[in-house]
Design a protein around this ligand. Structure first.
Ligand SMILES: NC(=O)c1ccc[n+]([C@@H]2O[C@H](COP(=O)([O-])OP(=O)(O)OC[C@H]3O[C@@H](n4cnc5c(N)ncnc54)[C@H](O)[C@@H]3O)[C@@H](O)[C@H]2O)c1
Ligand SMILES: O=P(O)(O)OC[C@H](O)CO
Length: 328
């Protein structure tokens, strides 16, 4: 919609022929974005070749578990002159890789040229043209600035950032904390608890991010605290909603079947748990959530475990992590 508003002719790929027809004839997508009139310049197609072969700008937004397949499928059709952007917030579940690494493996022509788009941006509000700020990151300024040119408009303000790793890690890990915030709200634990989760969650995100090579300052920006705040507090967030239902006593299977949309935080909790062990990074919130989601730990016990941890210094850990990384 942003690209169509900016004067572009847009092809939107869907695997579902009914959805293709609904979009092209009724200008609606009732399942995923009800009551929104889709711009006339958007043409839905079930043909991936038609969707990408003449495209100068390609935006991949598949769930993280599907990104490799989708990237592989466009290889034979996409022009390597196209600006390639992804908006997916998660790690590949099996390999624990970031999305740009997965895309670059499947599409070597874009090596070091994949742009990451992230930040606080629920589709429900962008489609209503609510003022939104996001960030695009790439290894060299050229690609991010090109993506910025394509996307920026009076209601969609786009910043650039050189920190691909930090922007991807922030976008992925905030979903875990949003699940936790929803869970806390579902247990009626109040605003103090939620503020604690956001703040200590940000510390965890920064710790793992820095150990993966991110700039810690990125987590103070749109892809860090910005997206963390919106996802932990917005009624639009699927991750917050899923956590809330868990807090109210539903099982994970019940929650996921009710949602009918991707809840990236579930698989990302597992990925973060495994990455934290691999890199020796302490992530107590992610660890407790992992036990709630995958080991049937009662949520109240998880909160007790977090509150009962040994005494610690608030600032020490982030500074120590950054120093260790710098020495390497
Ligand atoms: N919804 C938002 O506001 C928003 C904002 C920013 C980023 N994101 C990110 O975008 C990604 C997708 O989220 P969404 O909101 O579109 O989810 P969604 O659940 O609304 O839609 C996912 C779409 O992917 C399709 N899909 C599932 N498996 C597929 C596969 N194997 N191959 C191809 N397509 C497949 C589904 O059919 C569906 O159309 C996530 O990583 C999410 O974090 C979403
Ligand atoms: O609905 P969620 O929880 O997947 O969040 C969507 C976006 O990432 C918000 O920026």
């Amino acid at each position: 919609s942003v690209l169509a508003d900016n004067g572009c002719k847009v092809n939107l790929w869907t695997r579902n022929p009914d959805q293709e027809e609904e979009i092209n004839t009724k200008r609606q997508n009732q399942r995923f974005l009800p009551d929104f009139t889709i711009h006339e310049a958007i043409h839905a197609t079930t043909s991936l070749a038609e969707a990408v072969e003449d495209a100068a700008f390609i935006l991949l937004a598949a769930p993280s578990s599907a990104m490799r397949d989708v990237a592989r499928s466009i290889k034979e059709f996409a022009s390597d002159k196209a600006v390639l952007v992804h908006a997916t917030k998660g790690f590949e579940p099996d390999t624990l890789q970031r999305m740009s690494a997965v895309i670059e493996e499947e599409l070597p022509a874009w090596k070091d040229r994949v742009v990451v788009l992230s930040g606080p941006s629920h589709a429900e509000e962008v489609s209503r043209k609510c003022p939104t700020t996001i960030v695009v990151a790439s290894r060299t300024a050229k690609e991010a600035e090109e993506a910025q040119d394509w996307l920026i408009n009076p209601y969609f303000r786009v910043y650039t950032n050189p920190d691909v790793i930090g922007v991807e890690v922030g976008g992925a890990l905030k979903n875990i904390i949003a699940l936790g915030a929803g869970l806390s709200d579902g247990l009626d634990f109040g605003d103090n608890a939620k503020a604690a989760l956001l703040t200590r969650g940000l510390a965890e995100i920064a710790r793992l991010g820095v150990s993966l090579g991110a700039n810690p300052l990125t987590f103070a920006g749109l892809a860090g605290v910005g997206d963390l705040v919106v996802t932990c507090t917005s009624r639009h967030s699927r991750n917050w909603r899923a956590g809330y239902m868990l807090g109210q006593g539903q099982t994970l299977d019940e929650v996921l079947s009710t949602m009918g949309m991707v809840v990236e935080g579930v698989k990302t909790t597992r990925a973060a748990y495994l990455l934290s062990r691999k890199h020796g990074v302490e992530m107590p919130i992610a660890e407790q959530l992992y036990q709630v989601l995958f080991e049937n730990k009662p949520p109240r016990e998880a909160v007790e475990a977090l509150m009962g941890r040994g005494r610690t210094n608030e600032m020490e850990e982030v500074a120590a992590e950054a120093a260790a990384n710098w020495k390497e």
